[in-house]
Design a protein around this ligand. Structure first.
Ligand code: AHR
Length: 504
C-alpha cells in the first residue's frame, strides 16, 4: 500500500506544548505505595522514593503530573497527609475501597516531583469539600509565609512556597460513581465560586473545570455547556477523559481509537466555543485531556463486582493491565491525535504513571520495567519540538465497525525553527499490509535533510508484552527503511506499527 503527504513549515497548528507529555499519580492501587514510594526497596533514596522508578520517569520525558486523584481526590482530606508521619490518620478510601495510610502527602509528593523534574497539576477535592478547603490547600502550597497554613508548611520543612500554577477543580463530578457526584448546575456554580476565590488570592493560576468522564456519558456536551456557561470567565481549561480498549475482539476499530479521540476533542472544543459565542467572550477555553490511555475497563468492571466488600486492603493490585504491541501502536496514535490538536489541547496526562494502567511497572522489593506503551511516549516526548505542522495524508482507508471508514495511516509532524529539525510520527493501522509513506519536503526547499534517527515499534507477535522476566521483549528498533532523496522522505511502515523519524 502507498500513502503520502506534503510538509510545509508555514502550515503550523501551534507550538508543541510540553504539558502534552503529562502523566498522573493517583493514590490508587500500587501507583504511590510500592510504585513511586517504597522505603524498604533496595533502590530507595533517603526519602523512600524508588530511584529505579524515578529514572524511568525521567527517561519517559514526563513534563507534568496530575496528583492526587482521580476518584480518590473526591473524598480526600489533604491535611491528613502533612506533618509527622506517625501522627497521620489511616482513612477509608471510598473510591477504591482500600485503606489510605497517608504516609505520602503533599510535601513528600512535591519532593518526588522535584527529583523527577516534573511540574505538578494539583487536583482539588470538590466532591466532599468546597471553596474553603480549596483556599486552605492553596494557602499551604503557594502562600510564602505569615499565615496559618504557610507557617505550617514551613514547620513541615518546606520554607519556600511550591508555587503551583495548574489546579483541577475536582474530578469527574458528572459520574454517578464519584463521591459527591453533582448535577452540572451544582458543579458549575461550585467550580465558578472556587475559581473566583482562588483568583482573588493568586492571580497567576490556570484552572481546569471538570468536563465529561468520557464522550459516552449521557450528559456529554450538555454538561460542558452548562458548566462553562456558569464558569467561563473564571476558568482556563475544561477537562476531557478518554480510555480505549478492544471490544469483542474488534482489533480493527481498536487500532482506530485516535479517530474517536479526534472526534471527542473536536466536540469539546465546539461546545466550549459555542458557549463563548453565546457569552460574547473573546476568550478561548483550552482542553486538558488529563486522563487518557488504553485500559481494559470491561475486565476491571468484572473484577470490581467480584471484590469482597468486607476487605479494606492497603495498596492492593488494581488494574495492573499488561500492554502488548497493538496497545503501544494505539498509544502512539493517541499521542499523534493530541499533538494534532495542540492549538486547543495544551495539557494532557496519560493515566497513570506506575502500575495502575501504567507505562512503568514495578514489583515490591523487585524490579521496575518499561511496558510496551512506555516507548512511543518517551520517543514522542523527546522528538516533538518547536511547532506542530498540519499534515493531510492521502492513502488507503479501511472499514471499522465502531468508527466507519478510517485512514490506514495517521501521522503528525513537528518542526523546530531554531534547530531546523523535523520529526514525523506515523502509524500503520492495517493488520496485514505494510505501507510505503512518501513525504514531500517541498516547503523546505532551501535545505537538504538527512535521517538522524528512525524508530519502528512492531512485532510479528502482536500479543507480545514486557514482563519482569522479559522486560525488553518489545522495544522500538532502529529502522533502516527511512531515507531522504531529492526532497522526499520515504518510510516503510510495517503492518500494525508505530514509527518516528527525526530529520536534520
Ligand atoms: O485512572 C483511573 C480512574 O479513571 C480515575 O481515578 C478516574 O478519574 C477515572 O475514572
Amino acid at each position: 500500500l502507498k500513502a503520502s503527504f506534503r510538509l510545509d513549515p508555514a502550515f503550523t497548528v501551534a507550538p508543541v506544548s510540553r504539558r502534552t507529555f503529562g502523566s498522573f499519580v493517583e493514590h490508587m492501587g500500587r501507583c504511590v505505595y510500592t510504585g513511586i514510594y517504597e522505603p524498604g526497596h533496595p533502590t530507595a533514596d533517603e526519602d523512600g522514593f524508588r530511584q529505579d522508578v524515578l529514572e524511568l520517569t525521567r527517561e519517559m520525558g514526563v513534563s507534568v503530573v496530575r496528583y492526587p486523584g482521580g476518584n480518590f481526590v473526591s473524598g480526600y482530606r489533604w491535611e491528613d497527609g502533612i506533618g509527622p508521619v506517625a501522627d497521620r490518620p489511616v482513612r477509608r478510601d471510598a473510591a477504591w475501597h482500600s485503606l489510605e495510610t497517608n504516609e505520602v502527602g503533599i510535601d513528600e509528593f512535591m519532593r518526588w516531583a522535584g527529583k523527577a523534574g516534573v511540574e505538578v497539576m494539583y487536583a482539588l477535592n470538590l466532591g466532599t469539600r468546597g471553596v474553603q478547603e480549596a483556599l486552605d490547600v492553596h494557602e499551604y502550597l503557594n502562600q510564602p509565609d505569615r499565615t496559618h497554613f504557610a507557617e505550617l508548611r514551613r514547620k513541615n520543612g518546606a520554607d519556600e512556597p511550591y508555587g503551583l500554577k495548574m489546579f483541577c477543580l475536582g474530578n469527574e463530578l458528572d459520574g454517578p460513581w464519584q463521591t459527591g457526584h453533582k448535577t452540572a448546575y451544582e458543579y458549575g456554580r461550585l467550580a465558578a465560586e472556587t475559581a473566583r476565590a482562588l483568583r482573588s488570592v493568586d492571580t497567576d493560576l490556570e484552572l481546569v473545570a471538570v468536563g465529561s468522564s468520557h464522550s459516552g456519558m449521557p450528559t456529554f456536551a450538555a454538561w460542558e455547556a452548562e458548566v462553562l456557561e456558569l464558569a467561563y470567565e473564571a476558568v482556563d481549561y475544561i477537562s476531557a477523559h478518554t480510555y480505549y480498549e478492544p471490544l469483542n475482539g474488534d482489533v480493527a476499530s481498536f487500532l482506530a481509537s485516535a479517530v474517536d479521540m479526534d472526534h471527542f476533542i473536536n466536540s469539546v472544543v465546539a461546545t466550549a466555543d459555542s458557549v463563548g459565542a453565546k457569552l460574547k467572550s473573546k476568550k478561548k477555553i483550552m482542553v486538558s485531556v488529563d486522563e487518557w490511555n488504553v485500559w481494559r475497563q470491561s475486565k476491571f468492571a468484572a473484577s470490581a463486582k467480584a471484590a469482597d466488600p468486607q476487605e479494606w486492603p492497603i495498596a492492593p493490585r488494581v488494574i495492573e493491565d499488561e500492554y502488548d504491541v497493538t496497545d503501544a501502536v494505539v498509544v502512539g496514535n493517541l499521542l499523534i491525535s493530541l499533538l494534532r490538536h495542540s492549538d486547543r489541547v495544551t495539557a494532557a496526562c496519560q493515566a497513570q504513571l506506575v502500575n495502575v494502567i501504567a507505562p512503568i511497572r514495578s514489583e515490591a522489593n523487585g524490579p521496575a520495567w518499561r511496558q510496551t506503551i512506555f516507548h512511543p511516549f518517551a520517543i514522542t516526548s523527546r522528538l516533538a519540538r518547536g511547532e506542530v505542522l498540519r499534515v493531510e495524508p492521502q492513502g488507503p482507508t479501511y472499514d471499522t465497525e465502531r468508527f466507519g471508514e478510517v485512514p490506514v495511516v495517521d501521522a503528525v509532524a513537528t518542526h523546530d525553527p531554531e534547530s531546523g529539525e523535523v520529526s514525523v510520527f506515523a502509524v500503520n493501522r492495517h493488520q496485514t499490509e505494510s505501507v510505503t509513506l512518501r513525504i514531500e519536503l517541498g516547503g523546505f526547499e532551501q535545505r537538504t535533510f538527512a535521517v538522524a534517527e528512525a524508530w519502528t515499534l512492531t512485532d510479528e507477535d502482536r500479543s507480545a508484552s514486557n514482563t519482569a522476566e522479559q522486560p525488553d521483549r518489545v522495544v522500538p528498533v532502529e529502522s533502516h527503511e527511512a531515507s531522504v532523496t531529492e526532497g522526499v522522505l520515504k518510510i516503510e511502515l510495517p503492518a500494525v506499527s508505530w514509527n518516528a523519524v527525526r530529520l536534520v
